[in-house]
Design a protein. Sequence first.
Length: 214
Amino acid sequence: MSVWTIVVAAGSGERFGGPKQLMALGGRRVLDYALAAAAETSDGVVVVVPADADWDLGGAVRSVAGGATRSESVRCGLAAVPDECDVVVVHDAARPLADAALFRSVIDAVRAGADAAVPGRAIADTVKRVEGDVVVGTEPRESLVTVQTPQAFRASVLRAAHGAEPEGTDDAAVVEAIGGRVVVVGGPRDNLKITEPEDLARAEALIRERELRA
């Protein structure tokens, strides 16, 4: 089955204070980690970049300009994926610690029959629903997970889910909305998302830990 990965890197980094995808991390750019894992596990890679970007991505990578929202940017990337592709992986460039093994886990789950597969982690904290500053309910923690990327999809299902141009915080949500079967694989604890400047220091420490264990 043919696999292509869309690396979403079109964000402006407003909360971070600049394009976090290009920040130095362990001697490379944040973006380079996603590109390496995607290249190792995919037949092709599409990177969605800001409209004014002029980045060195390497000759084997396709780049397309993103849209005004994350979902729009994914659709821009999806349009550049060949029609004959069977499995599409969507990954946020801001998660540099997602390794090739995690990519393979979600890809294998789709190959085994799921419409989509996402890395997830059980929630340790109690989760409350609030209205303003008033608690209105407590969610059953045992049925909740936090999810990460990379997320893998049967290509035909992902295209159908995005056909009406929906918006979602992740692509699994738009697949769920059309009744797709989404399964969860174990998500690593260290698969953090670079959101604030201090996250870079955390990522640096985790990379050093990995190198020491290798």
